[in-house]
Design a protein around this ligand. Structure first.
Ligand code: TA6
Length: 285
């Protein structure tokens, strides 16, 4: 495939291709493993996506950071891999188009014998990623099975902040959330979110989320579509220590704001039906 001037394809490890982007508006990286947006940095800014310094880059292992694609289920599922079957497989690169405002990538993944062993329905996924002054990620799912199926999933976005202790999340006030750390109990949101402990919540919301990062004096806006659930996660101290692909002190440096179909937001697709889950991330001027 001919790549435009701002894009090159190289192996981060033998057999582990990554797309590297150096465009006037932004730089970034997309691993073909999991069609995983690993980095995105608008020109002149600090990185907006967080990537763990201890991340593992090998087939079969999820990447800690960036935007994991959690699908066709969100979270743990019996003895199956957490967050589904597509973030640890290589996707196909279908096209790359560059314009003065950015670069658009189209990647695809189809069900196969390996996915059928854990997910008994055929499907086709297409991911559109646009990197520019805004990052846009759009997951288009088509159900090809012979019977209907219920899907959940998320665009599991890791955002870099200067200090989690000086970070506040706005936009989820007045909603309810399911508290994953308290048996999934439904609780009312008490106001803007600040961080003094692990937070792992599925908010029932389809709206704009605003992350105010006092330490780096910047504000990140996260919008979405095709999603009625927004997951907010920070591992805090103990979980950071437990996760081998995350430095012990990493919890200071990121939070996840995830456009999800999770909790009560389950997507039922009949044969041939489709759904689109998307998110956009930008720095407020
Ligand atoms: O999105 C929040 C969450 O479900 C947390 O419970 C935590 O497990 C996080 O995802 C990371 O999951 P992973 O499988 O990538 O380690």
């Amino acid at each position: 495939m001919n790549l435009p001037p701002s894009v090159r394809l190289a192996e981060l490890r033998p057999g582990y291709p990554v797309l590297y982007v150096e465009h006037p508006t932004a730089s970034g990286e997309i691993a073909l493993l999991g069609a995983h947006v690993m980095r995105w940095t608008p020109t002149g800014q600090k990185p907006v996506l967080y990537m763990s310094g201890d991340a593992v880059f090998e087939e079969g292992s999820p990447i800690r950071g960036g935007i994991p694609i959690c699908w066709p289920w969100f979270g743990p599922k019996a003895d199956l891999p957490g967050h589904g079957v597509v973030r640890t497989r290589f996707w196909e690169l279908n096209s790359v188009d560059e314009t003065p405002s950015g670069v658009e990538f189209l990647l695809a993944f189809e069900s196969d014998d390996q996915t059928r062993r854990t997910w008994p329905h055929d499907f086709r996924l297409e991911l559109a990623v646009t990197m520019g002054k805004t990052l846009r990620v759009r997951l288009h799912m088509k159900h090809l099975g012979s019977t209907g199926a219920d899907y959940t999933g998320a665009l599991h976005t890791y955002l870099s902040v200067g200090a989690i202790e000086q970070t506040t999340v706005f936009g989820l006030e007045g909603t309810n959330y399911l508290d994953t750390l308290d048996g999934g109990k439904q609780k009312p949101a008490q106001g803007p979110i600040t961080f003094e402990e692990e937070i792992d919540r599925v908010y029932q919301s389809s709206g704009l989320v605003v992350v105010k990062d006092e330490a780096w004096n910047r504000t990140i806006e996260v919008t979405k579509s095709g999603s009625e659930a927004t997951v907010v996660w920070n591992p805090w101290i103990e979980k950071s220590k437990r996760l081998s692909d995350l430095p012990d002190e990493a919890y200071h440096e990121f939070l996840c704001i995830e456009a999800a179909n999770a909790g009560e937001d389950v997507i039922h697709l009949e044969p041939g039906e489709e759904h689109v889950l998307s998110t956009a991330v930008r720095l407020r001027n």
